[in-house]
Design a protein around this ligand. Structure first.
Ligand code: 6GU
Length: 222
């Protein structure tokens, strides 16, 4: 998979894409991350990529030309083009699973009050990562990248580990314990030490259900 980030702040990505599993995925040749600074396509003296809104109002608007020309420079056929914005559809595990099958993903990241509306003609999806406002799309596109890349085959060494994820099962995960058996008076539930796999499975399922009911009853509605 090739992932392209149209951004004015490529340096923001270094720590995230250059660490841990996202880095290993690139080292293994499973994914390639590409930074495109659309300021390189501004064509004006001061490298301006934003301008005042027609009709007046607060804040600046991202100009269309740098984004259109940055997109032209990619010359990609099969692609999802994702506009990062708080008005987009909420990101979730289902969309992550769908995007994990794509050949090319382009994230468009703005830092202004808004995008010139014509930029939306380039886009296949508008996505938000939650109901709060970030200063720019970069952090959101990194969160999406993490959720997507870990689902690509051979990225996680333990293949089963994402089939049991919260949200792909439809329930929150059950509690986990490791050694020691007792710590500061808190004991590991006996059932986990019983060696009875059927009982353990039942306990885990009940705990998942209980947690979901308590914390995220909305997940049980459908
Ligand atoms: Cl994708 N962008 C911005 N600027 N803020 C957000 C967001 C995206 N998702 C949640 N808040």
């Amino acid at each position: 998979m090739d992932i392209y980030y149209l951004t004015l702040f490529p340096e923001m990505y270094k720590g995230v894409l250059g660490s841990s599993i996202l880095k290993r995925a690139e080292d293994k040749g499973i994914v390639n991350y590409h930074m495109i600074n659309f300021r390189d396509f501004s064509h004006n003296k001061h490298n301006k990529v934003d301008d005042y809104p027609y009709g007046g109002g607060a804040g600046m608007v991202l100009k269309p030309e740098p984004v259109f020309e940055a997109m032209d420079s990619l010359k990609l056929d099969n692609k999802r083009v994702i506009l990062m914005c708080p008005q987009g559809q909420p990101f979730n595990q289902k969309l992550a699973e769908e995007l994990a099958e794509e050949e090319n993903i382009v994230f468009i990241n703005g830092h202004y009050e808004g995008y010139d509306e014509r930029i939306r003609s380039l886009v296949t999806d508008e996505v938000s990562i939650g109901d709060y406002v970030l200063t720019g799309g970069e952090l959101a596109s990194m969160a999406m990248t993490d959720a997507i890349v870990r689902l690509i085959p051979d990225v996680l060494s333990n293949e089963k580990s994402h089939q049991e994820d919260s949200f792909s099962t439809g329930l929150l995960e059950h509690p986990h314990y490791t050694r020691p058996r007792e710590y500061r008076g808190m004991k590991v539930p006996d059932v986990l030490l019983s060696g009875n796999h059927k009982l353990i499975e039942e306990w885990r399922y009940e705990q998942s259900l209980k947690r979901t009911r308590e914390r995220r009853p909305d997940l049980l509605e459908d």
